[in-house]
Design a protein around this ligand. Structure first.
Ligand SMILES: Nc1ncnc2c1ncn2[C@@H]1O[C@H](COP(=O)(O)OP(=O)(O)OP(=O)(O)O)[C@@H](O)[C@H]1O
Length: 251
């Protein structure tokens, strides 16, 4: 992103924000409540269009990024609300994430269109492969409402992975997870970096500090610090921003 500014009415949610997710790196975006993290994530996935600045992918500015353009750009996202289909099996939920790779469409296959059969066999294999990678293949034929939250989160991640993105956008993937589940998520994220970059927006400091290569810290819509977790952790501007947040909450 270069020089991205977003205003909602009179509120400046982002002001001249620039960041780069390097190849194979995990870039974390952190900041106190209201700092602009969600807005930044929404700009990255085309849900919010900035008033100024641009989103650049592989050196090319993207004129009007929309969420449906993400697969063609080698991008994929998970959202805080998991957005799984309750009446579809885990495997079908994951296959939906790869719809653009199929000529007839997964939806066509799910509707029983015969022409879609051969086309989706490959996608089914790929979806199963991702479920195996995430250790949830035994749940392939289950329905999301019958599964624990952590497993449903993995299904949502699997759906984002099946399109084989080279840039994965994760919005608060650790929310609602136990410490052990978070360790598992961290290991998964690290292993994914062999084939993709990750932009991580996350509140949970332990995860951010342990898994990210670099961090960008927002406060009141501006970048107040950037660098390795070790550097950012000791930055006085970051400490002051978070301390202010604590004081406000306690008050
Ligand atoms: N749709 C909107 N309309 C008006 N103001 C908005 C809108 N979305 C965000 N804002 C404002 O923009 C600022 C940044 O909000 P944003 O949700 O991006 O911050 P955040 O860092 O994600 O916060 P949190 O950690 O609380 O989720 C806030 O002042 C927020 O009130």
């Amino acid at each position: 992103m270069t020089d991205v500014t977003v205003e909602f009415g009179g509120i400046t949610a982002l002001s001249g924000v620039g960041l780069t997710v390097g190849s194979g790196e995990i870039l974390g975006v952190i900041g106190p409540n209201g700092a602009g993290k969600t807005t930044l994530f929404n700009v990255a996935c085309g849900l919010v269009r900035p008033q100024a600045g641009s989103v650049v992918r592989s050196g090319e500015p993207i004129a009007r990024l929309r969420p449906k353009d993400l697969p063609q750009l080698g991008m994929s996202r998970t959202l805080q609300g998991l957005g799984l289909f309750d009446r579809m099996s885990v495997l079908d939920n994951v296959m939906v994430g790869a719809d653009h790779l199929s000529t007839t469409g997964v939806v066509g296959a799910l509707l029983g269109l015969r022409s879609a059969g051969r086309d989706t066999a490959g996608l089914r294999d790929r979806a199963l492969g991702v479920l195996v990678e995430l250790g949830i293949d035994r749940h392939a034929s289950r329905y999301p409402p019958s599964l624990p939250y952590a497993v449903r989160k993995k299904v949502a991640l699997a759906r984002a992975l099946v399109s084989e993105p080279t840039l994965l956008l994760l919005d608060e993937p650790a929310s609602g997870l136990s410490d052990a589940e978070m360790d598992d998520l961290a290991a998964t994220m690290r292993s994914l970096t062999t084939r993709m970059s990750i932009l991580l927006v996350e509140h949970h400091m332990d995860l951010v500090m342990s898994v990210c290569d670099h961090l960008v810290v927002l406060d009141f819509g501006k970048v107040i610090a950037r660098g390795t977790p070790d550097l950012v952790r000791r930055d006085p501007a970051v400490l002051a921003a978070y301390l202010g947040d604590e004081v406000e909450r306690e008050g």
